[in-house]
Design a binder for this molecule. Structure first.
Ligand code: SF4
Length: 224
């Protein structure tokens, strides 16, 4: 029986990216291969629970049945969820028909093995502002091919800390031929006031370079 290392499972609203504002079940898988200096989920570096896939299926169904939504959104996040791709695949096979599934990844691991079993892949490639060396945070080359095959499934979120970050974003977008309409810029922040301040910068850059803006609702509403 496959097992999943889990940090937490909870009900909230999607705070960022293309499905922002939607009611959602969050399954946060444990462990990450990066160490971003501003990471706000460091508690996910170590698992809180190790559960059989079968038990995880039961738990997400229980949450799903509480919602008055035909096909509830399930956000699978981390940590880096693709570190557990084998067990994750087992889970996805069991729940694909029941949930609208979005996986959030840092983009360093090839998602090909599970891409047919999710509805959205939201990739957040890390820039130099994350403090990770380029060799470990580099976007996986497979996205060049996957973007051609699944243009409506793969979205990108970039965390912006300062004006010059946009040059790194442009470099990635151009070298992977990412459609701009699939790209969201969002502020790097650790407080509501910093969120508002950086959101102004993000809006300026998004207007200048024709990207989408994503606020971070967790810094506006009292949600996690
Ligand atoms: S990739 Fe995400 S979970 Fe991993 S260290 Fe960076 S912000 Fe934290």
């Amino acid at each position: 029986m496959k097992r999943l290392e889990i940090s937490e499972i909870f009900l909230s609203f999607q705070g960022e990216g293309p499905l922002i504002g939607r009611r959602a079940i969050f399954l946060r898988l444990a462990r990450c291969n990066l160490r971003c200096v501003w990471c706000d989920t460091k508690y996910a570096y170590e698992p809180k629970y190790v559960l059989d896939v079968e038990n995880v299926v039961k738990i997400v169904y229980k949450y799903g049945n509480k919602l008055k939504i035909r096909k509830p959104l399930l956000v699978i996040t981390g940590g880096e969820p693709l570190l557990q791709h084998d067990s994750l695949k087992c889970l996805l096979c069991r729940i694909y028909d029941r949930f609208l599934i979005q996986i959030e990844t840092n983009g360093t691991i090839d998602p090909s093995s599970i891409i047919d079993l999710v509805h959205y892949v939201v990739v957040s490639p890390k820039l130099s502002n994350s403090g990770n060396p380029l060799e470990v945070r580099r976007l996986c080359e497979t996205y060049k091919f996957l973007l051609k095959k699944f243009p409506d499934k793969i979205y990108f979120k970039f965390v912006i800390d300062k004006y010059d970050d946009i040059f790194e974003v442009e470099n990635i977008v151009n070298s992977f031929d990412i459609p701009r309409e699939n790209v969201f810029l969002m502020p790097q922040c650790r407080s509501s006031s910093e969120h508002m301040e950086k959101l102004n910068l993000v809006q300026k850059l998004a207007s200048e370079y024709d990207y989408n803006v994503s606020p971070r609702l967790q810094y506006v509403l009292r949600i996690r």
